[in-house]
Design a protein around this ligand. Structure first.
Ligand SMILES: Cc1cc2nc3c(=O)[nH]c(=O)nc-3n(C[C@H](O)[C@H](O)[C@H](O)COP(=O)(O)O)c2cc1C
Length: 247
């Protein structure tokens, strides 16, 4: 696939899905992969110990491509994924994450950063790509430009919060894609933001926020499923006074 072409649209993939699937089976030595989405969701656990084996380039590339297919508000894509693989930087990142073992051990950690306010500079490119893909008409673009701009401008101090939502959706895509390809992950809030920014070369950037750190790799240990509160406590039918009753 040409690397200078965006792949927001699956039809733009040069490789058919069955070829990608065969490649994954060959790399991972498993014909059971990729796992289905429901299986990946059920099976995923936070992994806190990893084997040192590197992630194959093909697999890493595929994970990145699947992650950026995540939706973002107005498709404005404020999320920046920083792939940390070098030994020295991984060690610095582990320190910034209070020496949590999963960052020390994982061959790759992703830092999910947001470039707050980048929507202004990116809007024209977003429109161009969607128009070239045949997804947006000129009429849609006219409205989009007006309403997306108005909506982003009205957010004020909440822009960071809204960009963070996008980052967590991209990170969730990565975690589930990794699980489906036989790898493990851990969502992580436990870091010193200023230190992580220094590690990724953004110490001086006030417009960059760090939303999450996520180590990825082949698990050497998997924790048990800690379970969830009863649905009657966390899910409601229509209103808060009506706890969900399972069928
Ligand atoms: C936003 C977020 C931040 C988290 N931060 C950390 C962390 O810094 N360190 C850690 O060991 N686990 C972290 N976790 C993992 C949670 O402890 C874990 O998801 C939870 O206990 C449920 O376990 P499970 O992921 O195996 O289902 C985090 C999870 C989320 C969603």
């Amino acid at each position: 696939m040409s690397r200078d072409r965006p792949f927001w649209h699956s039809a733009q993939r040069a490789l058919p899905l069955h070829v990608i699937r065969d490649r994954i089976c060959a790399i991972t030595n498993s014909s059971d992969l990729p796992l289905s989405v429901p299986t990946a969701i059920e099976q995923r656990r936070s992994v806190r110990h990893f084997n040192p084996d590197p992630i194959a380039e093909d697999v890493l590339q595929h994970l990145i491509e699947l992650s950026v297919m995540a939706p973002t508000s107005w498709n404005l894509q404020p999320v920046r994924m920083i792939v940390v693989r070098g030994d020295a930087r991984r060690a610095q990142l582990a320190e910034a994450c209070y020496y949590q073992p999963q960052v020390k051990e994982a061959p790759v950690s992703f830092v999910f950063a947001i470039e707050i306010g980048s929507w202004r500079a990116n809007m024209d490119a977003v429109i161009q790509i969607a128009t070239d893909a045949g997804a947006w008409t000129p009429e849609y673009v006219e409205n989009y430009r007006k309403f997306a701009t108005g909506s982003q401008e009205s957010l004020g101090d909440r822009l960071r919060e809204f960009d963070t939502k996008d980052a967590l959706i991209v990170a969730t895509h990565l975690a589930l894609a990794a699980e489906s390809l036989g790898l493990g992950s851990c969502f992580m809030n436990g870091y010193d933001e200023a230190k992580v920014k220094a590690v990724i070369g953004a110490a001086e950037r006030d417009d960059i926020g760090v939303s999450l750190v996520m180590p990825i790799g082949s698990p050497s240990q998997r924790g048990g499923n800690p379970g969830r509160l009863p649905l009657s406590q966390t899910v409601f039918a229509e209103t808060f006074d009506s706890p969900w009753k399972s069928a």
